[in-house]
Write a protein of this length. Structure first.
Length: 210
């Protein structure tokens, strides 16, 4: 039985994300992420080749929870669902995408940037809401949000550095997890694996203590 995304993020606190490109780069990255212990990854849909790459990676990494990000239409949501996506992410609440996810039984993580947007997404059934852009909102926003909405599960993306200090600021503020994108993949090879392995062990330890 596949683990639930919410359970994985609650334990690991990290969601790497990148746009898969043609060639070996995407497979190489996913191999490193798996060796570091990562269990869930978001592949962002920002090029015409993303869907084909997603299908290929789905076949090569069946054990990973693979999500499709930057999904803006029902057609794309359906295509990625058919390709084996485990979850769908959008930059904001998109009703047509939400309907596909509901029909398919897939977790839908819509983006939000205000208390009202978070609340409305939760009212519509979103278990996890993506807080974006993180670098604009800041950890103080998460703390303020959790005052009136204490049960909110937020995934922060945008500007998070792959360091204990940066990730820790968000987790201490109350975020469920953080997305690690371009800043993470400035690293590569053994350096990427070593830093991510250390970071994941630390976040998992923090989760178990909490």
């Amino acid at each position: 039985m596949r683990p639930r995304l919410t359970d994985v993020l609650a334990a690991d606190r990290l969601l790497p994300l990148f746009t898969p490109e043609p060639g070996e780069t995407a497979a190489g990255r996913l191999t490193i992420l798996r060796r570091a212990g990562i269990r869930a990854v978001e592949l962002t849909h920002r090029s015409p080749q993303t869907l084909a790459a997603f299908r290929t990676l789905r076949g090569h990494f069946p054990e990973v929870l693979l999500g499709a990000g930057t999904v803006l239409s029902a057609a794309d949501a359906e295509a990625f669902a058919q390709a084996g996506a485990d979850f769908i992410v959008s930059p904001c609440w998109i009703p047509a995408v939400a309907r596909v996810c509901q029909e398919r039984g897939l977790p839908y993580l819509p983006g939000a940037g205000t208390v009202r947007e978070v609340f409305e997404a939760q009212q519509e059934g979103a278990e996890i809401v993506k807080l974006f852009p993180g670098e604009v909102l800041g950890p103080a926003f998460v703390r303020a949000l959790l005052g009136p909405l204490p049960h909110s599960r937020v995934l922060v993306t945008g500007g998070v550095q792959p360091t204990r200090q940066s990730v820790g600021e968000w987790l201490q503020a109350g975020a469920l997890a953080v997305g690690l994108g371009s800043q993470l993949f400035k690293l590569n090879g053994d350096t990427l694996k070593a830093q991510l392995t250390d970071l994941l062990r630390w976040t998992q330890a923090e989760s178990s203590h909490g």
